[in-house]
Write a protein that binds this ligand. Structure first.
Ligand code: ADP
Ligand code: MG
Length: 293
């Protein structure tokens, strides 16, 4: 019934109804990490040339964590995301999601797994041009034996939540970039996935829209407890995240627990009037080493 003209979207979202499993079939296995890689390596060969795009990547991402993969252009971010989401096969090493070894799954198993557990947000939104916002958001539910009426209800509810209640029946070319990405986010979350992958989701947006879209994206993640893996070259986006994994030339060069950093930068404020007198530091008391405690 639909004409899919967008390769990436089609690859990720198209699957015959026969392959889809009901949401209730979602596994309840108790695993520690949402995503786990061991000794991951990816080599691209073009003719005689060999590019080691990823080397020796050991990474674990906890359930519910918002993780940023940060690096300059060409550092291997998209390659890493593609391995983590099962869109490409690693040359060596393993990737597990929810304890399932996705790096060894067949394409068909992967397609089913992605539809059950994973959502995607793309830099260029990847909306189907011929469909309205509601139809785009409803699309991932087509593969889950959700009735047409229920799909549309769910899509309309999601669009309201992303602030597009007035634009439900607009097509992508009638919307701004920021609005299109809100539709993209609604589509990613409509199936209530456990993990959402986003590759430069604000790469085509201005600073103000970037902030709005990121805050909305993360509000969804926090409300629903979704694990987020966000790829970006933009350090300012990393500030929103719980973990910052920096890569360079296909290797992890740092892996910071940023929740801790945020907590230190911004300790919980106690109302000043409730503090005992001796805790009111002045420059003099601090200088004298009489910090009151
Ligand atoms: P980033 O997303 O950080 O900009 P990429 O993961 O796209 O970086 O690329 C990492 C490296 O791998 C680059 O040197 C890039 O040219 C190379 N690369 C990525 N995809 C391919 C491919 N399909 N074939 C050959 N080389 C590739
Ligand atoms: Mg990239």
């Amino acid at each position: 019934p639909f004409f899919f003209n967008d390769t990436a979207t089609t690859e990720i979202y198209t699957l015959s109804l026969h392959d889809a499993l009901p949401i209730s079939a979602r596994g309840g296995k108790n695993v520690q990490y949402m995503v786990e890689t061991k000794n991951l390596r990816k080599v691209y060969r073009t003719g005689d040339e060999k590019v080691v795009a990823l080397d020796n990547i050991d990474l674990t991402i906890e359930q519910g964590q918002v993780c940023c993969i940060l690096g300059t252009s060409g550092s291997g971010k998209s390659t890493l995301l593609n391995q983590l989401a099962g869109l490409e096969k690693p040359t060596r090493g393993t990737v597990k999601i929810k304890g399932e070894l996705i790096s060894k799954m067949s394409e068909k198993q992967l397609a089913v797994f992605r539809q059950k557990h994973i959502g995607f947000v793309f830099q260029s939104y990847n909306l189907i041009q011929g469909m309205t916002a509601v139809e785009n958001v409803a699309m991932p539910l087509m593969f889950r034996r959700v009735s047409r009426k229920k799909r549309e209800e769910a899509a309309r509810e999601m669009l309201k939540q992303v602030g597009l209640g007035e634009r439900m029946d607009h097509r992508p070319n009638e919307m701004s970039g920021g609005q299109q990405q809100r539709v993209g986010i609604a589509r990613a979350f409509v199936t209530n996935p456990e993990v959402v992958f986003a590759d430069e989701p604000t790469g085509n947006l201005d600073t103000k829209t970037t902030k709005e879209v990121m805050e909305m994206f993360l509000r969804f993640a926090r409300e629903k407890g979704t694990t987020i893996i966000l790829v970006t070259h933009d350090r300012s986006l990393a500030e929103y995240c719980d973990r910052i994994v920096t890569i360079s030339d296909g290797r992890i060069i740092s892996n910071e627990d940023h929740r801790h950093a945020k907590a230190i930068q911004d300790p919980p404020a106690a109302p000043a009037e409730e503090l005992p007198e001796k805790l009111h530091f002045t420059d003099n008391t601090l200088a004298a080493g009489q910090g009151g405690v």
